[in-house]
Design a protein around this ligand. Structure first.
Ligand SMILES: *Cc1c(COP(=O)(O)O)cnc(C)c1O
Length: 429
């Protein structure tokens, strides 16, 4: 199996090289050269590791890592993605049982397990990431204490939640958190400049862990395959899923899983007020927008990078509209869904999951009686400053999050200039 670029300007590339490169050299995103087919569903009991192997194995055919895929999966997938059924009949795919309590743990841990095996030579590899919140902590936790690797995270000072900042700064050891005097866009600009700096990269080998990485995208198919198997085992048929969406990584994994034969029916994207995807589907032409700040901040994206992959998979607008639909939710409605979540479903939602729940309720009002599954992307305790005032009660912390918050945290200040980042990367710790 080889990978090509969405922009068509790259020769077929091996999986390992595509993962190490991050972005394709022509500026596009890596996609499989052809769509493989997953093995037929096994009607026995399914677990996350066997579901992961079912969807990942075809992408590893011919790779030197194919023989290590079992070990990689065992190392990365150390927690479950339970499919719960609420008294109301809604199914909830809980993706927040990993170390940092958001779905990004699946992708970050798989990428880390891959890079551990791909790292060449004796020098230190620096994993460099800009984060607006959840990505940075998932990546930092996944690479924490990995020999030969250091992690440098840039985040906008004062613009992530206090708990998110704490999660970024509390690991220490090989993880350095840099609080940048600027915006998330500044952080991304600095990271891009570092990757473009050939001389810097010769002295300080860099690896990317951002959300366009194939090493994060592919493993996200696993929990959809698992949920599809569990849904089928309970007689519910194909999985109809509503996915909270920002950069479109998670939802694209669902589309890819369905394209390779996983038993998924409808896929619906739920965005916050950043509504470029619903508008794209409605109008037929894609128009990026400046992002707007919402209380579902991990989805504040005005130009989702994986749109390029979406258009590669479904180039014709009619086919795209048949394959996926999308709807958006404003902040007051997100608040309302969090407020009534306990009474209606016995659940406390994070603001991102609440967008999907609202879209589910709209489907019901239009008379849709199918069984739906909402992807719950984060634990509500990560967003306690939004959630607790709405439900009027504290949200209990999951154990891994409580352990992280109990550690002292610190971050180094960084000016928002390329020179400052360069100097910090070249300094010996
Ligand atoms: C990152 C994130 C999202 C958005 O996922 P994409 O893959 O960027 O679409 C949704 N919810 C939470 C909690 C997140 O951390």
């Amino acid at each position: 199996m080889h990978f090509v670029s969405t922009r068509g300007g790259v020769a077929p590339t091996a999986l390992e090289d595509a993962i190490l490169a991050g972005l394709a050299p022509d500026g596009g995103l890596y996609v499989p050269e052809t769509l493989p087919q997953a093995a037929p569903i096994d009607d026995g009991p399914s677990d996350i590791r066997s579901a992961a192997l079912r969807v990942l194995r075809p992408f590893f055919v011919g790779s030197p890592l194919a023989s290590q895929l079992d070990d990689i999966v065992a190392e990365a997938f150390t927690f479950d993605a339970p499919l719960k059924r609420t008294p109301e009949g809604l199914q909830v795919l809980e993706l927040f049982h990993g170390p940092t309590a958001a779905f990004k743990d699946f992708g970050a841990r798989f990428l880390a397990a891959m890079l551990r095996r791909l790292r060449s030579g004796a020098g230190t590899l620096t994993v460099l990431v800009a984060t607006s919140g959840d990505t940075g902590s998932a990546v930092a936790a996944a690479f924490h204490r990995m020999p030969g690797v250091r992690v440098v995270i840039l985040y906008p000072d004062g613009r992530v939640s206090p708990r998110q900042a704490h999660q970024l700064g509390c690991l220490g050891d090989n993880v350095t958190a840099l609080r940048v005097d600027g915006s998330f866009d500044d952080c991304q600009r600095l990271v891009k400049a570092a990757f473009a700096d050939v001389e810097l990269r010769a002295r300080c080998p860099l690896a990317s862990a951002n959300s366009i990485s194939l090493g994060r995208l592919l493993p996200q198919m696993a929990y959809y395959a698992l949920a599809a198997a569990r849904s089928r085992a309970t007689g519910k048929g194909a999985l109809n899923v509503i996915v909270p969406t920002g950069n479109l990584g998670n939802a694209f994994a669902a589309l890819l899983a369905r394209a390779i034969g996983v038993e998924i029916g409808q896929i619906v994207l739920a965005t916050n007020a950043n509504r470029v995807l619903p508008e794209f589907l409605a109008r037929g032409d894609y128009l990026a927008q400046p992002s707007v700040a919402t209380i579902a901040n991990a989805m504040d994206v005005g130009n989702p990078s994986n749109v390029e992959r979406l258009r590669w998979l479904l180039p014709r607008i009619e086919a795209l509209r048949a394959a996926v639909s999308a709807d958006w939710v404003d902040d007051p409605t997100i608040r309302a869904r969090i407020r009534d979540g306990r009474a209606r479903y016995g659940e406390v939602w994070c603001p991102h999951t609440a967008c999907a729940v609202e879209v589910y309720e709209r489907l019901g009002r239009r008379g849709d009686t199918r069984t739906w599954t909402v992807a719950a992307t984060a634990h509500p305790a990560k967003f306690e400053t939004v959630v607790e005032p709405l439900i009027g009660a504290p949200v209990e912390l999951p154990a891994p999050l409580a352990a992280m918050l109990a550690r002292p945290a610190s971050a180094e200040p960084l000016a928002a200039t390329e020179a400052a980042l360069r100097a910090r990367l070249l300094a010996t710790d």
